[in-house]
Design a protein around this ligand. Structure first.
Ligand code: NAD
Length: 330
């Protein structure tokens, strides 16, 4: 029996990679569909797990961490890049946390570009229209990206690839980062300038206390009228109520969202037979200039393979390190 690991919020697309690399790395998974939270953390104990593997909408808050620790779990392995769903400060010294930081910046950046192109050329509408034998072009006039200004907020792995893609389209790229990298060759400007000058704004920074509602009523009021807002990072970077107002007032010309503040109970699931209880999401979906995908930007074959491999070998390396420490102290 390998390193016992409970995998929460497992989806069918997780199984092949985690099974394959789990066998290679000596990690035995118990796959659960349920998400991790303070109540379900007890399942780790039932399985005698030393590690749990979680995704973006599992919640490792204080109570969940306490339960995991008392169950003898030593490691939380995130099979994603962001750690905003783990109380990292509380975990410090109690339980170790690993993640997969750079599995495929191209997956997310290309999805952001795909959403942008769909939005500005109305491809999603054209697709639905021609399937209904409606070949009219009425309302499908687009805008060109060439010569437009794009503001990239967060210039880490994904932001940089997205900036490169935009350059390929002949766009002027402005960048903002709390920790700018002078070697990146990017044109860094203050956030206020980026917001005021950009025709397209794309968010690629992590969700932290600093960045929660980075895009809100005040920042939206300073944006260029008709701006296209892209969020493929984390939902709570955007204050959704302010976004709705911004779209209604036409300050925001279009919004492309792969993530949503309240996505946890809705995204990744088939809710087509349900009455959607989230009126804000329903309102957003009713708008012709809003494109929503269900936290799908990471979902490529290449990224899934890397995520599974890095996760499994990360778990193995962690427990090898623990063994070394034990040897060192004995
Ligand atoms: P990264 O760590 O390489 O880059 C993040 C950048 O944001 C860094 O340059 C950092 O300095 C900057 N930053 C930090 N705080 C900031 C602030 N207050 N204001 C402006 N910039 C700030 O991360 P990455 O791999 O490029 O991923 C970016 C984000 O994309 C992740 O945090 C994650 O939330 C999101 N993501 C989404 C998906 C998806 O499927 N939609 C997949 C992977 C990652």
């Amino acid at each position: 029996m390998g390193l016992q690991t409970v995998c929460f919020d497992t989806k069918p697309y997780d199984l092949p990679g985690l099974t394959k690399y789990g066998e290679e790395a000596g990690v035995s998974f118990r796959f659960l569909e349920t998400k991790l939270n303070a109540h379900t953390a007890a399942l780790a104990e039932e399985c005698g797990a030393k590690a749990v593997c979680i995704f973006v909408n599992d919640r490792a808050d204080r109570a969940a961490i306490d339960r995991l620790c008392s169950a003898g779990v030593k490691l939380i392995a995130l099979r994603c890049a962001g750690v905003n769903n783990v109380d990292m400060a509380y975990a410090e010294g109690k339980i170790s946390v690993i993640r997969v930081p750079g599995y495929s910046p191209h997956a997310v950046a290309e999805h952001a570009m795909g959403m942008l192109l769909s939005s500005v050329r109305h491809l999603h509408k054209a697709y639905a229209r021609t399937r209904d034998f409606n070949f009219s072009l009425r309302g499908l006039t687009g805008i060109e990206l060439y010569g437009k200004t794009v503001g990239v907020v967060g210039t880490g792995r994904i932001g940089r690839v997205f900036a490169e893609l935009c350059r390929g389209f002949g766009m002027r790229v402005l960048a903002y980062d709390k920790f700018p990298d002078p070697a990146s060759g990017l044109c860094y400007v203050p956030l206020e300038q980026l917001l005021a000058e950009s025709d397209v704004i794309s968010l690629h920074c992590p969700l932290t206390e600093d960045t929660r509602h980075l895009i809100g009523r005040e920042s939206i009021s300073t944006m260029k009228p008709g701006v296209v807002l892209l969020n493929t990072s984390r939902g709570a970077l955007v204050d959704t109520a302010a976004l709705l107002e911004g779209i209604k007032s036409r300050r925001i010309g279009a919004a492309c969202m792969d993530v949503y503040e309240e996505e946890a109970d809705v995204f990744f699931e088939d809710r087509s037979d349900d009455i959607l209880q989230d009126d804000t999401l329903a309102r957003l979906l009713s708008m012709p200039n809003v494109l929503v995908t269900s936290h799908q930007a990471f979902l490529t074959r290449e990224a899934l393979d890397t995520i599974a491999r890095e996760t499994c070998f990360g778990i193995r390396r962690f427990f090898e390190g623990e063994k070394e420490k034990m040897r060192g102290t004995s």
